[in-house]
Design a protein around this ligand. Structure first.
Ligand SMILES: CC(C)(COP(=O)(O)OP(=O)(O)OC[C@H]1O[C@@H](n2cnc3c(N)ncnc32)[C@H](O)[C@@H]1OP(=O)(O)O)[C@@H](O)C(=O)NCCC(=O)NCCS
Length: 442
C-alpha cells in the first residue's frame, strides 16, 4: 500500500456520518451559488438520504476517511433505482454528491471512490451508472455522454394561460390539484403503465411516491412538488415541479405523465397550473417568475403541447457500463420483440457482437432470438470471420439506450464495423431511438 493510500481509507457510509457528510457537502457543493457559504439545501438533502429514505441506505455512500483523524474528507453516493427501457427493467445507480474537502484535493480521492464504487456494482450486477456533472471530468473515469433528458423549450411566464379558471370548460373535465399521500398507489400505477411503453422511464412504487409527496425536509434541495391530473376522482396523470423558483426566476418541471395518451391534448390544464404556481411563488418570494423550464426532452408530450417557447440545447448525462456484452444480453426480450415487429429473421444460428474485449452471442432458432450469452472475444474481432459486428463500448451504450441510431454511430465511430448489409439492417432495427422520460430518484 502506498504512503498516499495509508493516509486515507475508503469505506461504506454509516448513519453516524450524517452530520459530517452534511457539513462536508454543504461546504463544497454549489459554492458558486452561495458565494462560498454552506448550502442549507445540500445539508438537508444529505441528512434526508441518511435518515429514512425509502431506497437509500447509509452504505450507499462511500467515504474517504483520513486515517489520522478518522474524519470523512471526501465522499459520494450511488442511488440505486430501477429504470425501464421499453419494458426491460434495468438496475441503475445514479451517482450524486461527489465532493472532496478543499484541503484534501489533489490526492485522487474521487478516482479511488469511483474505483471502489465500480467494483461494488460489478459484483452486485448493476449494469448502468449515470451522473450529471462537471463537463469532461467523468470521461476520465470511464463515462460517456449517452443520455439526455431535457432540451424542451423554456416557456416565458407571459405565454402561459393567465389563471386556471381561464381554461375552456371543454378540456375533457381534467383538473390539476396538489397530490396527497392517498394518491401514492395511483401514481405508482401510472409508472407501472408507463414502464410498459416505448420510453426510458424511472419507476417509483407507492412508498417512493409517498416520500416524494411528504417525506423530505422542507429545505432539501431535491424536494419537488407533485400534482395530480384527475378526472372526477380518477387520477389520470401527474406533474412534478420545483418547490421554489430558480435564481433566474424559472419554475422547473421534472416529470409529467398521462396514463392514457389520449388525455394529452387536454394537458393545457397542466400549463395553466404551472402558471398559477409560478405566480404564487413570485408572490411568496418577492422574486419575479420568468418562465417554466421543462427538464424534459423536446419530444415530451407536455413540451410539444406547450405555448411557444425558447429552444434549449439538451445537457448530457454521463453513462457507464462495466460490461456492454451483459447489457446486450439483458435487452434480449426487447431485441426479440423489435425484430419480430420488423418481421426480421436472422438466417444463421448465432449473431456475434464483439465489444472489443467481450462479446455477446445471440442465438436464434428458426430466425427468432432464443438466448443471449456473454463470451470471451476473439483476439482480432475486426478481421475474425465469426464476428458479425464489432462495436466500441461507448457506441454500444448510445445504441442500447436509444440515444443514437446505428447510422449516427457508424458516422462517428470508424471502429464500429459490420460484416455485411444484413447485419446492418438487423442492428438498425434492434436499436431505434428511444424517448427519455426519466426523473431519477434521489
Ligand atoms: C471535483 C472534486 C470532487 C475533485 O476532487 P479530487 O478528487 O480531490 O480530485 P483531484 O484534486 O485529485 O484531481 C484529480 C484530477 O481531476 C482534475 N479536477 C479536479 N477538480 C476538477 C474540476 N472541478 N473540474 C475539472 N477537473 C478537475 C484535477 O485537475 C486532476 O487532474 P490531473 O489528473 O490532470 O492532475 C473536487 O474538486 C470538489 O469537491 N469540487 C467541488 C464539488 C464538485 O464540483 N463536485 C462535483 C459535482 S458533479
Amino acid at each position: 500500500m502506498s504512503a498516499q493510500h495509508d493516509r486515507y481509507s475508503i469505506r461504506p457510509g454509516r448513519a453516524s456520518d450524517a452530520a459530517d457528510l452534511a457539513q462536508l457537502h454543504a461546504s463544497v457543493q454549489l459554492q458558486a451559488v452561495t458565494g462560498g457559504q454552506p448550502h442549507p439545501g445540500i445539508a438537508a438533502w444529505v441528512e434526508d438520504l441518511l435518515d429514512g429514505h425509502p431506497s437509500v441506505v447509509p452504505a450507499d455512500f462511500l467515504v474517504a476517511e483520513e486515517s489520522t483523524t478518522g474524519r470523512p474528507v471526501a465522499s459520494l453516493v450511488g442511488l440505486r433505482q430501477d429504470w425501464s427501457l421499453a419494458g426491460v427493467r434495468l438496475p441503475v445507480a445514479q451517482i450524486e454528491l461527489v465532493g472532496t474537502a478543499p484541503e484534501h484535493r489533489g490526492n485522487r480521492l474521487t478516482e479511488r471512490l469511483f474505483a471502489t464504487l465500480h467494483q461494488r456494482y460489478a459484483a452486485g450486477r448493476v449494469p448502468l451508472q449515470v451522473i450529471e456533472g462537471i463537463p469532461y471530468f467523468y470521461r476520465r473515469l470511464g463515462y460517456d455522454y449517452a443520455l439526455a433528458n431535457d432540451g424542451g423549450a423554456t416557456v416565458p411566464a407571459a405565454a402561459l394561460p393567465a389563471t386556471e379558471q381561464d381554461r375552456p370548460d371543454d378540456v375533457g373535465g381534467l383538473t390539476v390539484r396538489p397530490a396527497t399521500i392517498a394518491d401514492a398507489e395511483a401514481l405508482a400505477d401510472i409508472d407501472h403503465c408507463l414502464a410498459d411503453g416505448a420510453t426510458l422511464t424511472c419507476l417509483r412504487d407507492a412508498a417512493q411516491w409517498r416520500y416524494e409527496i411528504v417525506g423530505r425536509r422542507p429545505a432539501n434541495l431535491s424536494r419537488r412538488v407533485v400534482a395530480v391530473l384527475e378526472h372526477g376522482t380518477d387520477v389520470r396523470g401527474y406533474l412534478v415541479h420545483g418547490a421554489r423558483l430558480s435564481a433566474a426566476g424559472e419554475l422547473m418541471v421534472f416529470a409529467a405523465a398521462c396514463k392514457r395518451p389520449a388525455d394529452w391534448p387536454q394537458a393545457a390544464a397542466m400549463h395553466a397550473h404551472l402558471g398559477h404556481i409560478g405566480r404564487q411563488y413570485e408572490a411568496l418570494a418577492g422574486q419575479p417568475f420568468s418562465a417554466v423550464r421543462p427538464i424534459l426532452g423536446p419530444d415530451h408530450p407536455l413540451v410539444r403541447l406547450a405555448p411557444p417557447g425558447v429552444p434549449r440545447r439538451p445537457r448530457g448525462w454521463y453513462v457507464r457500463t462495466s460490461d456492454p456484452a451483459d447489457l446486450i444480453a439483458r435487452l434480449q426480450p426487447l431485441l426479440r420483440a423489435r425484430w419480430h415487429t420488423a418481421d426480421l429473421r436472422w438466417p444463421e444460428p448465432a449473431l456475434i457482437i464483439s465489444l472489443y474485449g467481450r462479446a455477446a452471442r445471440l442465438e436464434f432458432t428458426n430466425g427468432e432470438l432464443t438466448a443471449a450469452t456473454v463470451m470471451r472475444d476473439t483476439v482480432s474481432p475486426s478481421t475474425d470471420p465469426r464476428t458479425h459486428a464489432a462495436i466500441p463500448p461507448g457506441a454500444l451504450l448510445q445504441l442500447a439506450l436509444g440515444h443514437r441510431t446505428l447510422p449516427e454511430v457508424l458516422h462517428a465511430w470508424p471502429d464500429c464495423l459490420l460484416r455485411d448489409r444484413a447485419t446492418e439492417h438487423f442492428l438498425t432495427a434492434a436499436f431505434p431511438r428511444v424517448p427519455v422520460q426519466v426523473w431519477p430518484r434521489n
